[in-house]
Write a protein that binds this ligand. Structure first.
Ligand SMILES: [Zn+2]
Length: 105
């Protein structure tokens, strides 16, 4: 199945605390419909010291964000857009910007 949002995509957060923030998709969990986006949805975690290499403390990490809260950023449009899927002659599906018809793949 073709995914709307993939790893390395440039996305924008559409709702919630980080609305308007952009980042690159680091990982997508298709099963849970969530993605990790660089610099988005940061949470502070209290890390226990686990040894001399890792003294512990408070670290900030990205928490998974629901895919429905993310929009793919289209470069020509300069904003987050909805995408549609077009099927090529060879059967491949590509994502296309619904506003400007730019192919995103
Ligand atoms: Zn566009």
């Amino acid at each position: 199945m073709a995914a709307r949002i993939r790893r390395n995509d440039q996305v924008e957060v559409l709702s919630g605390r980080d609305r308007g923030v952009r980042g690159e998709v680091v990982a997508v969990n298709v099963r849970e419909n969530r993605a990790i986006v660089n610099g988005v949805n940061l949470v502070k975690r209290h890390q226990r010291p686990t040894g001399p290499q890792n003294p512990g403390g408070i670290i900030e990490r990205e928490a998974p964000i629901d895919l429905s809260n993310l929009g793919l950023v289209c470069n020509p449009c300069g904003s987050a857009v909805r995408v549609k899927f077009n099927q090529l002659d060879d059967g491949r599906k590509v994502r296309v910007c619904i506003k400007c018809d730019e192919v995103m793949d």
